[in-house]
Structures are given as C-alpha cells and as structure tokens.
Design a protein around this ligand. Structure first.
Ligand SMILES: NC(=O)c1ccc[n+]([C@@H]2O[C@H](COP(=O)([O-])OP(=O)(O)OC[C@H]3O[C@@H](n4cnc5c(N)ncnc54)[C@H](O)[C@@H]3O)[C@@H](O)[C@H]2O)c1
Length: 402
C-alpha cells in the first residue's frame, strides 16, 4: 500500500492523536478530527492536550511538516479511522453513540474503495453496526472495506507499542480484512493477525476481562488474608514460587477506562453465560468499598484513643502507579468519598499539580502532617519514604512490598 494515501482520524484523544501523529511522521497525509475545538486548536499549534512520553515531539514534527492538520470536521480520505470513546451508561450497558455519530459524520465524504477502521474498544457487533449505519445513510457498502482493529497500547508506552505490538484485524468481509491488514503492515513491526470483525471485537474484550478476573483473584485473596491475619504480600510471594502459579498484585480495586469497563461489554450481551466475568467485576468493585470501611475503622479507633479527629493522607489518586490518568480510578473514588463524608483528608498525587475538585498536597508534607497514612497507589515517589513518629500506616497497594 502506498504511503501517499490520505487518512481521516476521528477522535484525537489518547489513541487517536498518537496514531495520527505516528502515521503523519511515516508520510501519510492525516486529517485529524475532534469535536472539541480546544483540542483542535492545541494540536494545530503543534502542542498536545494529553500526557504521553514522546508524543509532543511526534505532534510537533507532524504539524510543522503539514502532514497533520486538525479540524472539527472530517474531509475526504482513503482511510477513515474511528478512535472515539466507548463508555458505558449508568447500568453498565455499552454506549456506542460516539461511534455511530463519528460514522454518520463521514457520510458526506466517503467514496467507493474507501476503508473504514474501527479502533475503539467495542461490544461484539459494533463493526456491523457501522456498516448498517452507512447503509441507512444511503452508502453502497459493497464498495467500502470495513474492519475492526482493536488498540491494545499501554499508556506511558504508546508511541513504541503502536509500532511494536501485534495487531488483530477483523473485517466485515475477507477482502476488507486483507486490505486493512495491508495498511497496518505499513507501520507495524509486530505481527498483523487476521480474523473476522466479531472475533476481533471479542478478542479485545477478553484480553481485558482476563486481567480483571486475575486481579479479582488477588483482591479476594487480600481480603481472605486480612480475615486470617496473614500478610498477603508474603503469601503471594510464597505461592508464586510454584512453577505454574502467578498471582497478580492486589490493590484498592480496578480502574482505568479499559479493564474496569470492557468486561461489562461482554456481560451486557451474555448475561447468563458470563458468570465469572461478572463476579470478577463485582469482587473488584467490592474491594474498593472494603478499603473504605478499613480506613473508617482506623479513623474511629484513632478518635476513641486520642479524643480528636485524625488527619488522613490519601497517597495516590490515579488508577495505577506513575501516571496522571484518573479515569475510573478507585483511589480517586475512595478519596472523594472520604472528603464528602467530611473526614480531614490530605489528598496526594505526585503526577498531578492541580485538581479542580480539591487541593492536592505535596507527599512529604502530607506524610509529615497526617496521623493516618493510607497508600492507595504504589507510585515510585512513595517507595523510599521514611515514615517517622507515631503514625498508623495502611498499605493497600504493597508500596513497600511490590
Ligand atoms: N487510552 C487507552 O489506553 C486505550 C487503550 C486501548 C483502547 N482504547 C480505546 O480507544 C478508544 C478511544 O479511547 P481514548 O482513550 O483515545 O479516548 P479519549 O477520550 O482520550 O479520546 C477520544 C476523543 O474522541 C473525540 N470525539 C468524540 N466523538 C467524536 C466524533 N464524533 N468525532 C471526532 N472526535 C470525537 C473526543 O472529543 C475525544 O477527544 C476507546 O474505545 C478506548 O476504550 C483506549
């Protein structure tokens, strides 16, 4: 496939912008689209609105060479890539409205022979819904190649993993699979594996559910250990000496907008079948509530012993160590709940300077001032902290053991 093809990227967030910038640096002409004007303006200045290593260099080079132009409207292109959000509604039902809106937005620009790729993590059947939407809008889809190619990059390593990871391509037709696979082979050094659209959709959901189920096991284990008065970190290390056992780290729940969300996309459409996947979600959600109860019990103990209210340092807000991403973060949820219930909270997040909801406190200051120190996220800054004085430490993320 020639690199002089034009690409229209719909959605310029954590996935769309790095992909658009990478493709532009590889020589493609990229028309990036986002419905948020600020995002478009920032990118057109050669700047970025999200935190991701190396992304600024890629975007600056792409914009300076005029290979990447951001806009609030799509334009004609050879390849349309959809990388818009796929959240769920309150009742855990997937919301694919953004995908459908993005599909409708390309209708005036799409031509015979074009490729449409869905990169957003999607419930099974969404790629077919793209075809259905285009058909309903009067497009003859027999001449359009539609496929799903799920994204599996890790935030913090996106620029490398976009190139190095293996990719799954599943077309609505075999011809679509072939054409889209050919496109990915122009910039991916990992293997490009071919299947059909539904298998590609479920494959991505299953990858995240696998992680969720395994983390649920570790989280449940931590609660069982607490009941027996056993150190879960020691137990985990000992059990993992078995050659075929690999227990993951327990934590305060599961966050991020992938692992905490995608399993519900399976459960929603396979209610009776996805028993383990649903239970894992519930175990991980319960772990967060369990942590809140543990903290409150410690606060009560302090109040009874000292006849005054303690200051509590909530160490970490992001959904995993060493990033600034707060999406679906159980640590943020815990901190918010405690603040709402009027506890005296010092909220710490070394990866964020300012937060619009409450004050962020420097971690050394918080350690110094707090009576109870609660480790929610094992950030690298916390690993070598020396805690002196008569302070109660609750470590839910193995910051000193992990
Ligand atoms: N972030 C990750 O690490 C990651 C990893 C794998 C898969 N995914 C999946 O990729 C998809 C995108 O995730 P993200 O993290 O990039 O989301 P994001 O929220 O960072 O970015 C999505 C962007 O799409 C824009 N948008 C919404 N509707 C639009 C439309 N109709 N046209 C153009 N732009 C539109 C939004 O304004 C936003 O800027 C999701 O399905 C997500 O589950 C994300």
């Amino acid at each position: 496939m020639e690199i002089n093809k034009k690409i229209c990227m719909l959605g310029l967030g954590y996935i769309g912008l790095p992909t658009a910038a990478l493709l532009a640096n590889r020589g493609y002409n990229v028309h990036g689209v986002d419905i948020v004007e600020d995002v478009v303006d920032t990118i057109n200045k050669g700047e970025i609105h999200i935190v991701e290593p190396e992304l600024d260099t890629f975007v600056k080079a792409a914009v300076n060479s005029c290979k990447l132009i951001a806009d609030i409207k799509p334009s004609e292109a050879d390849i349309f890539i959809i990388a818009v959000p796929t959240p769920f509604k309150d009742n855990h039902i997937p919301n694919i409205d953004y995908v459908i809106d993005a599909t409708k937005s390309i209708v005036p620009y799409i031509k015979d022979g074009n490729i449409v790729i869905l990169e957003s993590t999607s419930p099974v059947g969404t790629t077919e819904k793209i075809e259905e939407t285009l058909k309903n809008e009067g497009i003859d889809t027999s001449k359009i190649y539609i496929a799903h190619c799920p994204e599996r990059v890790l935030p913090g390593r996106i620029m490398q993993e976009l190139v190095e990871n293996d990719r799954i391509v599943g077309g609505i037709t075999t011809e679509a699979t072939e054409k889209v696979a050919e496109f990915y082979k122009t910039f991916v050094t990992g293997e490009v594996l071919k299947t059909d659209a539904k298998t590609a959709e479920l494959c991505k959901l299953v990858e995240n559910s696998f992680r969720d189920v395994n983390i649920a096991f570790a989280n449940e284990l931590s609660i069982i250990c607490d009941k027996f008065g056993i150190d879960v970190w020691e137990l985990r290390e000992l059990a993992n000496r078995h050659p075929r056992v690999n227990i993951l780290y327990p934590g305060v729940g599961v966050g991020g907008h992938c692992i905490a969300v995608d399993p519900w996309f399976i459960v929603a459409d396979a209610k009776d079948e996805a028993k383990l996947i649903r239970t894992a979600r519930m175990v991980n959600t319960f772990k967060t509530e369990w942590v809140i109860e543990k903290i409150k019990n410690e606060i009560l103990k302090y109040e009874l012993e000292n006849k005054r209210k303690p200051k509590i340092a909530c160490m970490g807000l992001s959904f995993k160590p060493d990033i600034d991403d707060l999406r679906e973060s159980p640590a943020l949820y815990i901190t918010r709940r405690l603040i709402k219930e009027n506890y005296n909270i010092l909220a710490v997040e070394p990866n964020i300077e300012e937060f619009n909801e409450f004050k962020i406190v420097n971690y050394e200051k918080a350690i110094y001032e707090a009576n109870i120190i609660v480790f929610l996220v094992a950030h690298k800054e916390f690993k070598n902290l020396r805690i002196s004085g008569n302070k109660k430490v609750l470590d839910f993320c193995g910051v000193f053991n992990g």
